[in-house]
Design a protein around this ligand. Sequence first.
Ligand code: PEP
Ligand code: MG
Length: 889
Amino acid sequence: RKFVYDFSEGNKDLKDLLGGKGANLAEMTNLGLPVPPGFTITTEACKAYLASGEAPSALRDEVGSHLAALEGKMGKKLGQADDPLLVSVRSGAKFSMPGMMDTVLNIGLSDASVEGLAAQAGDERFAWDSYRRLIQMFGDTVLGIDGELFADALETAKNSRGVTTDVDLTADDLRGLVEEFKGIVVRETGREFPQEPREQMDLAIRAVFDSWNGDRAKLYRRQERIPHDLGTAVNVCSMVFGNLGPDSGTGVAFTRDPASGQQGVYGDYLQNAQGEDVVAGIRNTVPLAELEQLDKKSYDELMQIMETLETHYRDLCDIEFTIERGKLWMLQTRVGKRTAAAAFRIATQLVDQGLIDEPEALKRVTGGQLAQLMFPRFDNGAKGEQIGWGIAASPGAAVGKAVFDSYTAIKWSRSGEKVILIRRETNPDDLDGMIAAEGILTSRGGKTSHAAVVARGMGKTCVCGAEELEVDTKRRRLTAPGGAVIDEGDTVSIDGSTGKVYAGEVPVVPSPVVEYFEGRMHAGADDADELVKAVHRIMAYADRVRRLRVRANADNAEDASRARRFGAQGIGLCRTEHMFLGERRELVERLILADTEVERKEALGALLPLQKDDFVELFEAMDGLPVTVRLLDPPLHEFLPDITELSVRVALAESRREPHENELRLLQAVHRLHEQNPMLGLRGVRLGLVIPGLFTMQVRAIAEAAAERIGAKGDPRAEIMIPLVGTVQELEIVREEAEQVIAAVEREHGVELTLALGTMIELPRAALTAGQIAECADFFSFGTNDLTQTVWGFSRDDVEASFFTAYLEKGIFGVSPFETIDKDGVGKLVRDAAAAGRASRPGLKLGVCGEHGGDPDSVHFFHEAGLDYVSCSPFRIPVARLEAGRAAA
Ligand code: PEP
Ligand code: MG
């Protein structure tokens, strides 16, 4: 096995072996771009080291021969006393990992070679500053010394010289500082700073290997779902210096604007500095365009290189470069990160430039980016008083009155106020308050804190971990570092896409992308937003290639119409229980509590016309497209009075000696029907089998509505769906009754109805016996919400607020299985049930209507599992269409 690759030996496709940085350095080298010579130690070497605790024996020799070749090329030896070759040692994994140890510069400097470097550069100050930097970085990252110790010593040196920046320190100052740094090394590690250049290099390489298993790196990988066994590569690169005077400098550049996608000159430049100075923000950078005045030759060359890179990578690239005494060097490039809006614009621009084709354009954007573009945002032109900044945890723009506890949040929102819930951190007790609030702001916790996880789950705007904001929940007051104060009732605005927090009300504008989907903005118009045009084109590509159809979960005509505008091809789930809320709840209560046949018939008779009218409206809104109506499913208690409230009422009446017979009767019934675990109780098909006439009433309403629509020359395509089936026997009974009702309606109305009758697959037993069930079902729709609950044994109402945060922090899963389908467990059941169902009934129509139907990752899974459609909430339809297209592209 070969453990070391010269930059000239690799290429951009070897990221597994050479890491992202190494692969791209090799690619640039082979393109003939000015990359300082060097070599990359492979991830294989790292893996071997991590497995055995020792570097493979061949590695030392291979590094030696590559180093010798490098020394030959450069005409000087590593750390050579009179003219030292210096190198940088940098980690570089397949995926960029900001949490990891990164860089040691100036390896090869020692007491002996620092004078040689001074003589060669003609700059003593530069040489001692470089040595100072080496000991500092090496001490911190390789020897594990607390970086503060070096920073404090540097600060003290500046103070005692009465200067504010390190540029003002003289060569002698720096010489003194080097002595002090070396003293720190001895004190902290019990040994001298290594003077032997090769030893410095080997220790740095080993430290990079070790950093793969550092705590921060491990946590980062768990959160980003990067496998732990990839290892990191190590890049050894000859040093070039941007801090050798005014004709030197360092900068970053983008081949296009990562915020808008526009082509142009974007980047920053810092004269007479090293890359680390830019990151540390020691001095202010100037816009890249100014480099043209400072060094026209290098500027022109850089522009040329940027064009080469864009054409070669066929994408936006970001670049790090250094100019050493008028000579340009490329230190890094990679396909650059970009905003959601830029991703869409760049993808279509590249198609227009002939650099990529349509399927490739689909791969350059994601459903997550489209979802981001659909949130309302703060008006760009409007200025708010920014008082703080936190982590952008859940996107959107929210404005409301500040409240500091959940109780107030609920109380105020009930009286019609919009509120922002502000807490130091949230916990499960805050759940109701979070639901009541427009947005959530916390001063503690990261992207996986309770507030962030729960808010994202609810689609609520959230800014978390705004550490500089002091939250005093007792005094109900938030204090910003600038002195601004927000008291309970003051208006605040939070931006969940940028993390910014404002005092007062910042105007919110709807997303232009939603305006477009709603049909209020036309992509064809001359003045149409560039972004809207790009989204329009990408959506057309997706619709052309996708195989999955996309339906909506909708249960009223308004949602159905919106879903249609957003591109829905039918309704995959109409939850009829949503039609029984509000005033109609009492009718259901009467039905459930009916003691006699007469009472029950009366209750059913009252419900029937209401149901029928609902369906007529729905079928009209979705005329010509399938509408899957699911028969009543929810847990019973949702239709009964609250047990505590009712008990209090009875007790009060008793103590006042008021008549309370009816309440008492009701309370006894509620007690009788009370369930510990209503989600696993009397619901779905069980309810239909226990309460005579309930399902047949619903079937009749559907059939009559369809007949009425046919009479009105409409084209109703109703499908009847039975929930929570566990065995084919349940389905057989319901089916027989339903068929009789449908036949009766056909006779009464003199029409012929084609009403498919299918079932949800949302219990493990249903999935395991899918072959039998398919014999009695015209279609399956996977209810992945209940299937996830029952396969994992997680109560879907409780767990996300209780221990999921801990599970996410521990990396047991990177994302809630209620959000993204658990492919190995729940997904396996889906795949097996699909296969068994189709084996017993060829051509069986298969869909999914759980929350996963609108989740990007899950849509790809359902595409691969061979389902016919996904069904999701109206707002997620564009995302599902796009991801279905991406899956097929
Ligand atoms: C499901 O369980 O996935 C489903 C769609 O049904 P509900 O969420 O209404 O239980
Ligand atoms: Mg369900």
